[in-house]
Design a protein around this ligand. Structure first.
Ligand SMILES: Nc1ncnc2c1ncn2[C@@H]1O[C@H](COP(=O)(O)OP(=O)(O)O)[C@@H](O)[C@H]1O
Ligand SMILES: [Mg+2]
Length: 278
């Protein structure tokens, strides 16, 4: 079993990001610091428009930051003027909206990364893709096209597509946002099972508090824009977690604690007139 207890530690140190569209400064993140241990599931919750995606994009190397630094296992990933998107495979991102190629089967989609990066030959990549899809409960649909499977299956395949590159960190930006409650709970079980198997470090943005506590080791509540760390709640509910975990007393107590912190920030965001971002 592949585990990664000793890799995937993220340090977000005094990060500030100011956008400058047409000369108007927008401070999205302000002096934000977080430490995420190797193999930790770190959940980020905060109001819409507060700067969560901006922070994730910096970790992913999609843009630079204005001040501060982001380190992965002690190596500089991102600083002022220094995004390193070339190390992308170490930090695989799964977005809110599906990003599978519709003209490729699920197995071809999963095999695509290692094939273009030339880390595996086509036959071996497809074989590994099929094995990994089967592990994720998608063994019957490996040769189907994304349009032929449910949205839940597509999401699971996307996570497999990220994991085939053996990333140090999996970056997830509200991946289950648009899903109904039932599909979401199946996604949660599947992600927990994947995590228990791989122990990959996960940085997961959500506005669903139950999701945050059910999945996370830590829940970092962030402030209304500009994004700063407001409060960290440690979820010491043992793994493996099951559906019943969510009806336990300790779960309810944690919900209250997180809810209180998020609610304060939601009111501030509402008063500041932050718009809902898609
Ligand atoms: N490329 C950009 N240029 C200018 N402003 C941006 C850009 N991307 C995001 N913003 C602004 O930065 C703030 C934070 O956005 P974002 O990080 O997407 O928030 P969240 O993910 O928490 O909803 C918002 O006010 C948004 O309008
Ligand atoms: Mg966002």
């Amino acid at each position: 079993m592949a585990t990664q207890k000793n890799r995937g530690a993220l340090s977000i140190r005094n990060v500030t990001k100011i956008y400058d569209p047409e000369g108007v400064n927008v401070m999205a993140v302000d002096n934000c610091s977080m430490e995420i241990a190797a193999g930790e599931v770190c959940m980020i919750v905060g109001p819409s428009g507060c700067g969560k995606t901006t922070l994730l994009n910096a970790i992913a190397g999609f843009h630079s930051i204005t001040h501060g630094e982001i380190l992965l296992d002690g190596e500089l990933l991102c600083g002022p003027g220094k995004p390193k998107a070339d190390q992308g495979a170490e930090r695989m991102v799964v977005f809110q909206h599906g990003a599978l190629f519709p003209w490729m089967t699920l197995a071809q989609n999963v095999a695509y990364g290692p094939m273009v990066q030339r880390t595996m030959r086509k036959k071996a990549a497809l074989e590994k893709a099929r094995d990994m899809l089967a592990e994720a409960g998608l063994g019957d649909v490996t040769d189907k096209y994304p349009g032929e499977v449910s949205s839940g299956m597509s999401r699971r395949a996307e996570i497999v597509r990220a994991l085939i590159n053996d990333p140090k960190v999996l970056l997830l930006d509200e991946p289950y946002r648009a899903m109904d409650a039932l599909t979401k709970s199946i996604m949660h079980e599947s992600l927990l099972e994947t995590y228990d198997r791989t122990k990959v470090t996960i940085f997961f943005i959500t506005h669903d508090l139950e999701e945050a506590i059910f999945l996370g080791d830590k829940v970092h509540v962030v402030t209304t824009r500009p994004c700063q760390l407001k409060k960290t709640v440690t979820v010491d509910i043992p793994r493996p977690r099951t559906f019943e975990t969510q009806s336990s007393e300790e779960f309810r107590v944690l919900m209250e604690e997180v809810n209180e912190a998020v609610h304060e920030e939601a009111i501030k965001a509402f008063q500041a007139g932050e718009r809902e971002l898609a």
